[in-house]
Every structure is written in structure tokens, then in C-alpha cells.
Ligand binder design. Structure first.
Ligand code: THU
Length: 134
């Protein structure tokens, strides 16, 4: 069951890479997340000529989810894909933001991403132990 929705989230993340605006890095990233309420949101990276204004795919997906579900939105699972089947995992900033919206009780938020050895699934606690929280 977990693997099934993980696979479809990866497919949606792959589709989202096609919307990336990445003329500078040419690194097309897509993200797809499943909320605890059962909704799916996607995002892509959006770069800018003023490089520091760039926003990652993961955070664009998360902000879209909060915009629709509100501040109590919780991420059950989030998948990340890179164009041309390149490997890649969420950056530190995105890990911190995922952590903010993670399921703290019960099932841990899972993060699915491609590595050189295939697609892996890790909990956000594994990817960012000791995340900052108030
Ligand atoms: N990028 C993401 O979208 N997500 C990450 O987790 C890491 C990096 C984007 C930002 C930039 O547009 C490009 O990848 C190269 O860094």
C-alpha cells in the first residue's frame, strides 16, 4: 500500500519537473506530496535572474498545500524527482520546512527520492535529526 502511493507520487513528481523554470541551472525538479487529508499537491523549482530568489520544488508544493488546506496541513509523504532521471534529495532548507509540517504522532512523514541505487524512502527524522522547532 505504501509502495503503491509512493510510486504514483513519484510519477506526479516526475510530471511536475516539466513545469520547472530552470534556465540557469538546467536542473528541473518536481515534487508531489500527499497530505493527511488525502489531497495531492505538486510543485516545481522556479528560478530567477536574481539567483537567490529561486524557490525549490518541495517548498512550492508545500506552500500550495498550506494555501489550500490551511496551517494545520500535515505531509504524509513527499516525493522528489529530477529531470533526466538524475539522482537528488531535498536540500537542507526544504528538509526543515518538511519537518514543520510533518506528522509528529503516529506514522512519520516519509520522503521519497531517487539515488544512484534507485528510489529510496526515508523518514524526515532520518533526513533531519534534531530539526529546529520552538
Ligand atoms: N532545487 C530544488 O528544487 N529542490 C532541492 O531540494 C534542491 C535544489 C532546485 C533549486 C535550483 O533551481 C536548482 O534545483 C539547482 O540548485
Amino acid at each position: 500500500m505504501e509502495k503503491d502511493y509512493g510510486k504514483s507520487l513519484m510519477e506526479k513528481a516526475n510530471q511536475a519537473t516539466k513545469h520547472a523554470h530552470a534556465p540557469y541551472s538546467k536542473f528541473h525538479v518536481g515534487a508531489a506530496l500527499l497530505t493527511e487529508k488525502g489531497n495531492i499537491f505538486t510543485g516545481c523549482n522556479v528560478e530567477n535572474a536574481s539567483y537567490g530568489l529561486t524557490m525549490c520544488a518541495e517548498r512550492n508544493a508545500i506552500f500550495a498545500a498550506v494555501n489550500t488546506e490551511g496551517p494545520d496541513m500535515k505531509i504524509r509523504s513527499i516525493a522528489v524527482a529530477i529531470g533526466n532521471n538524475l539522482p537528488g534529495s531535498p536540500c537542507g532548507a526544504c528538509r526543515q520546512v518538511i519537518s514543520e509540517f510533518s506528522t509528529r504522532q503516529g506514522a512519520k512523514t516519509e520522503v521519497i527520492y531517487p539515488t544512484r541505487d534507485g528510489i529510496v524512502s526515508k523518514t524526515i527524522d532520518e533526513l533531519l535529526p534534531g530539526a529546529f522547532a520552538f
